[in-house]
Write a protein that binds this ligand. Sequence first.
Ligand code: MCA
Ligand code: AMP
Length: 468
Amino acid sequence: MDTSFATPGRVTFPDGTLEPDHLLGRAAAVAERLGGLTQVAVHARPSVDTAVAVAGALLAGVPLVPVPLDAGAAEVAHVLRDSGAVAWVGTPSPADASRLPAVPVTAGPGPGARSGAGSGPLPPEPEPEVTGLVLYTSGTTGPPKGVLLSRRALAAGVDALVDAWAWTAQDRLVHGLPLSHVHGLVLGLLGPLRLGCELVHTGRPTPQAYAAARGSVLFGVPTVWHRVVEDEASARALADARLLVSGSASLPAPVFEALRRLTGQAPVERYGMSETLVTLSTRADGPRPAGAVGWPVAGTRTRLVDQTGEPVPHDGETVGRLQVRGPTVFDGYLGLPEATAAAWTADGWFATGDVATVDAEGVHRIVGRESLDLIKTGGFRVGAGEVEAALLAHPAVREAAVVGAPDADLGQRIVAHVVLVDGGSLDLGEAAQWVGERLSVHKRPRELRVVTELPRNEMGKVRKSELT
Ligand code: MCA
Ligand code: AMP
């Protein structure tokens, strides 16, 4: 299988533009410097250097560990230690107290000079089973886990969307999503590197930047689309786009309808996970019903089962647990054989943890998640357990329970319930700063409720359904 990510189009970031030859020349020089390293980390700044670093690691076949732009000290330390990253490629995260060495991503010669990059021919393509990315993602408890994504999965994931979205090298992709997650990194950067389409990264995904960038295809999480429709002029400026794509969380029907009214086109909604890449989508050439994530993408199969593992009817109403299999599914959680085994059924299906319906035409709708302990806020997946652990480390906190509350803009907002130690005090500002410094900006609680006790069942487990 061809797993090449070495046919970029022009890329533009807030700090500059690179023509394809120049990008490839610089990436080839980085690949040479990375030769022999086991795995490397990249601090996911939206910059041309990050595009070069990512392309270089993929050329070299060295597994790449993206570190979120806003990750705090404890999260950075965990990701670096757990992944075994031996160096940064490009500028390190300022939150790295371990001071890993950095492999420079220095600028090469000017545009059109790939052959003069001092690197000769491109290195031979690594085997498809080689790990391309180790993406850290939250579980219900414990620190984030490293999701092992092979080059085969990454290439298959892009190719399936080429088919579903009629995505071509003639497209101009616009987005401003973080380069540390599947949406912004795999779809939003590896896609263009594999396909040769132009990429314009807006830095932040503001409505004004989306309107100004004149894309043919635009990616956003529902929070982004919600903000776009609140800014009518920006929304109307997207009328000429070929495809508006929403994913990472469910797109509320009012936002879907407002996008259709203001841009004259229904957005494409698709569903995915760090562990599976994008597995369900409506199509460029098919119907796009509101609230639906469509059909399995090419090569992927799904099934819906009840608690006993029996299939549920495809009647558009009966809710079942969504399971998937196919070439885009990950290889396991790094160093966690038990968690890996628990993620698959005995007969080889990956259990997503999401619940869904399927109708007679095969249209999938995501209804929610099985666990209240995974929160989706602004499209970011946050484990209640991580935030609780961070809060419990605060000297004023005795008990903590974190939940997601419905939020029109963010989908869910993080709400922390805490019981304080005798004489202790804590306000929202302090709690948010404490969590932000340790974990990341988007894991900070947006509401703090100081309570005298948490509702618990006979086993002592917090009854979270009473807190939402
Ligand atoms: C944020 N702020 C806060 C807090 N949170 N201040 C105090 N307390 C808090 N708890 C600050 C921010 O730093 C920012 O400050 C300002 O408040 C506005 O924050 P916010 O409303 O969150 O807006 P934002 O920072 O602009 O973020 C919204 C966003 C962001 C841009 C939509 O959530 C985002 O990038 N989401 C994308 C997530 C994503 O890509 N997920 C994909 C996962 P200041 O303005 O000073 O900075 S991959 C996936 O799910 C699968 C595979 C899939 O299907 O795609
Ligand atoms: P992450 O691993 O950050 O990619 O988060 C994956 C989770 O995001 C899934 O398990 C779903 O709960 C949620 N998700 C992604 N896309 C959608 C969507 N279109 N509709 C509803 N939920 C979604």
